[in-house]
Write a protein of this length. Sequence first.
Length: 468
Amino acid sequence: MSNEERVRLLVVDDQQSIRRLCMTIGAALGFECHEAESAETALLHCDAVAPDLVLVDQRMAQMSGLEFLAELKKRLPRTEVAIMTGYGSIESAVQAMKLGAYDYITKPFRVEEIKITLKRMADKVRLVHENEYLKARVETTSALSSVMGSHPKIQDVLRMVARLKDTHTPVLITGESGTGKELVARAIHFSGENAARPFVAVDCGALVPTLIESELFGYEKGAFTGASKTRRGLFQEADGGTLFLDEIGELPPDLQAKLLRVLEEREIRPLGSNKSVKVNVRIIAATNRDLEAARRDGTFRKDLFFRLNVIPVHLPPLRERKSDMPLLLQWFLDRLVEEDVRVSPEAMQALMRYEWPGNVRELKNCVEHAVTMRTGRTIEVRDLAPALRGAFSGPEAEIATLPATAASGDLEELERATIQRVMEQMGGDKVLAQQTLGISRATLYRKLKRYNIAVKGNGQAAAVASRG
C-alpha cells in the first residue's frame, strides 16, 4: 500500500515495553505506527498524527485511558480505540463501550489476540472510509446534474471533465459565483483513479489572512500565540488526493509565493518547524475573478498563474445557456417534491427573462422558494421571488393572460397568439417552446399545425394563414 493509504496506529502506554510490542505488531500488519508515553502527550499530537486506530492503557499517571477515550472521541469521533488494562472489571468494560471503545483487552495478552483485534479495527476503518467515499461519489454525481445541460458550452465542460479525471495536471476553473465550480472540481476528482483518496476544499476568500498559512501548511506546538498543540495542515489532509482552492484570486501575495514553492517542490514546511514534509497533492483552483487581468496589473503572480492555468475550464453563466433552464428546473423539482409539480407558462416566461446574476445557485434557491409558496401542483408567477415577478410584470416582459370569462373563440385566438409569441421569443426552438408553455412536444406540434404557425428561415415564428 502507498503511504497515504496506510492505517495510522497510535499506542498510548506508560510502559515502553508494551508500546514497543504493540508497535512491532502494528508494523507487521503494515500500519504507520506512533507512540506516546501519556494520554496528555497523545492528545497534544493527535491532530498532527490523526490516528485511525488507538491502543491505550486504562491506568496511567494522570489522565486515565477512559478519560483519554472520551476526549479523543470529541476530537476524532471516527478513530477506533481499544482499551488495555491489567485491572479489568465488568463495570469498566461496560463504561468503555458506552464511551465508544471498539474493544476492551485485559493484560497480559497474547500477540495473536492483539493482531486479531487490530485487523478487525482496521477493517472497520476501511469500511467506514469506503462508505464515505461511495456516498461522496454518489452525491457528487447527482449534484453535477445541476451544471449539466445540452448547451454546447456545458457539453464542452463535461467533455473536459472526462479527459481530466485520470490526470494529475493542475486545473483552473473560472466562472461567476454560483455556476458550480466546486461541483466540477469534485466531478474531476470523484470520477478518476484517485476517487477513493481525500478531496479537501478550502475557500481562500473566507480564511482570515493571518491564518491562511497555518490552515494550509499546519503548525507545530508553540509556533505562535495560541498554538497549544501540533496540527496538520490542509495539504497534509489532502495528501494523495485533491486540494481544491476556491477563490484563489483572494490569496495574499506572500502566500502566492509559498504556494508556488509547494507546487514546484511538492513539499511543505509547517509553521514553527525546521523540517519539510513531502506531499503528493493535485491542485484544482477556482476563481470568479479575471486572473489574466490580475496577472497583468501585478496583483496576482505571473509564475503562479501559469503554474495553475495549465488546463483552463470555464463555466458559462446561466444567462448564456437559458435553453438548459427547463432541464435544471425539473432536476431541482424532482429532488424537492415527490409529487408532480409543473411550472405555468407565465412563470416559465418570467424565469426565462430573468438575468440570473446568482446563476445556478440562485435558481436552486428560487425553486425552493416557489415550492414553499405554491398552493397547488402548479408554480405560478405569484409563487416566485419578487425579483422574478418584476421580470414578469415589467413593460418589456408583458405576457398576455387568458381572461377567465373569455368565450371559446377568444380563448383559441389567445392560445394561438400565445404560442406564436413564445415561438418568436424562443427563436423558433420547439423543444424550449414546449417546455416554456408546459406542454408536451406532441401537443406543441399539433397546435402549430392547427393554428398554421410555422417557423421562418431566420428562426422567427410567424402566422402563415389568416386568423379567420
